[in-house]
Design a protein around this ligand. Sequence first.
Ligand code: IDP
Ligand code: MG
Length: 140
Amino acid sequence: MTGYKTFTMIKPLAVEQGYAGKILDRILKEGYRVISLKMVHLCKREAEAFYEVHKDRPFFKELTSYMASGPIVAAILKKENAVQDYRTLIGATNPAEAAEGTIRKLYGTDLGKNAVHGSDSDENAEIECSFFFSGMEKMW
Ligand code: IDP
Ligand code: MG
């Protein structure tokens, strides 16, 4: 079934600052179900593999070093229209430009350290869920 699942990560600084619980609470309050959840510390190679689509961008090194700098919380979220609604909930990539009340506005500090990741399409949601979770962990 498409349109019901998205993938999120709570990025290292937000985890370090103790915001993981608050962010998950907000996600639940917005009507998502958490299908799978794990905390992992990516190595550089894993961060590079996850963000491979950005490998030619000037910020690739900064992004992947940051994402490997500490533990992240990865989760599969379920809700109708999950991908699009979750992008609205997290707000613009740059927290300074994110709408009031969005997760990136509340918990992000700058363009790189923007608190959370959210999939940008159903196709990428599936790829990203599969990067972190097994078939059994993706069942719902
Ligand atoms: P998104 O996370 O809103 O989908 P993308 O364009 O997919 O944004 O970029 C992936 C991540 O790379 C962003 O969440 C952000 O943390 C980081 N990023 C994007 N642009 C820049 C930049 O110009 N400098 C540093 N980091 C960036
Ligand atoms: Mg993106």
